[in-house]
Ligand binder design. Structure first.
Ligand code: UT7
Length: 331
């Protein structure tokens, strides 16, 4: 029997309606459209405003979009992974709630948290279940309601993050399409530069901490920027080399949308034509676990069977990595 590879066979997405534009941010903090655009490439982000709706709301909508597009029976899904840095609640799996609400009643499910690399790591995990031969339909959702942990008085972070979700279905392939190789890394020394300190197990929330805003995301932007540029470019270059790929062989770069300049630096390191660089940061900002599936969603109509896609991500922790995947279908 031919080797089983794990192919992406469908994509879905969901974005909340409310658009937080640079112009609106100008009225909230000391910033301006010109600074945000030149430093980050972001023009607007989507925010989930409705009270009581969390990450699962986004995840369910994205998964439902995929199920409707593919016309699959959700009861056939065997595993639901929700990659997220903003779970609905502590001590209750966001993925279990998501799976039940999309009708995936025969699936088991778990959350996967690796900050902005959550979806990339999730691709690796989903692929292992498929490659084992035991599972035929694995749903991987990347979803984050970043607005739940952002201080909209802190211009260093509130201009960057947005809410959103994307979903992909992994299925076995016998023609060699799907995930080919991966290079995943982490370094815990990075956590002092990007974190939300209070609200976890080290420092549970206290009224004093909340009053001081210590439960919000803090980022030392410059340090994170330098590490992101170096590490994302490094793993991208290495995965190309060890798969004997030149820049001409690559069809697309799908890089985590944290900052336009980081994405361009990664593309430049491997001398990639800008037309091959997927980009939608201007529309959604940094949606953490959702950036990669949202890229696939926005570019799906342009993707062709056998396209060679290089994925790359970098995030808090630090966590980062690169994945090489051969696209399995024409839209
Ligand atoms: O997805 C997880 C990984 N995260 C990332 O990859 C994000 C990495 N970091 C970045 O993208 C960038 O560091 C930022 C976009 C966050 C900041 O850009 P920067 O070019 O590193 O700016 P900076 O923090 O060095 O600030 C430059 C100047 C400062 O003023 P002075 O000291 O030069 O007078 C800041 O006070 O820009 C000022 N500044 C702002 N001005 C207007 C900082 N934030 C803003 C703002 N609007 N929102």
């Amino acid at each position: 029997m031919s080797k089983i590879t794990a192919a992406i066979t469908g994509v879905g997405a969901y974005l909340p309606e409310y658009r937080l534009t640079n112009q609106i941010l100008e009225t909230m903090v000391d910033t301006n459209d010109e600074w945000i655009t030149t430093r980050t490439g972001i023009k607007e982000r989507r925010i989930l405003k409705e009270e009581g709706k969390g990450t699962s709301y986004l995840a369910i909508k994205a998964a439902q979009d995929l199920i409707d597009k593919k016309g699959i029976d959700p009861k056939e899904i065997e595993l639901v992974i929700v990659a997220t840095a903003t779970p609905d609640m502590k001590a209750a799996s966001t993925s279990a709630f998501t799976a039940t609400n999309i009708g995936a009643t025969n699936a088991f499910s778990f959350d996967l948290e690796a900050a902005c690399s959550s979806f990339l790591y999730g691709m690796s995990v989903a692929a292992r279940y498929i490659e084992s031969g035991k599972y035929k339909k694995v749903l991987l959702v990347g979803a984050d309601k970043n607005s739940s942990m952002i201080n909209y008085e802190d211009r260093a972070t509130c201009i960057i993050f947005g809410d959103g979700a994307g979903a992909v279905l992994f299925e076995p392939n016998h023609e060699g399409y799907g995930l080919q190789d991966e290079l995943l890394r982490s370094n815990g020394e990075g956590r002092e530069f990007l974190h939300a300190q209070y609200g976890g197990s080290s420092y549970p929330s206290t009224p004093e901490a909340v009053a001081e805003g210590k439960h919000f995301v803090f980022q030392e932007g410059k340090t994170v920027f330098k590490n992101a540029v170096f590490n994302m470019a490094d793993v991208t270059e290495r995965i190309l080399k060890r798969n004997n790929l030149t820049n001409d062989d690559i069809s697309w770069l799908a890089a985590h949308q944290a900052n336009r300049r980081i994405i361009e630096a990664t593309a430049n390191r491997v001398s990639l034509n800008p037309e091959k660089v997927m980009m939608n940061i201007h529309k959604y900002g940094n949606t953490t676990s959702a950036t990669l599936p949202l890229l696939l969603h926005d570019y799906e109509s342009q993707l062709k069977k056998d396209d060679k896609i290089i994925f790359a991500a970098f995030g808090g922790g630090f966590t980062w990595g690169s994945i090489y995947l051969k696209w399995a279908y024409n839209s």
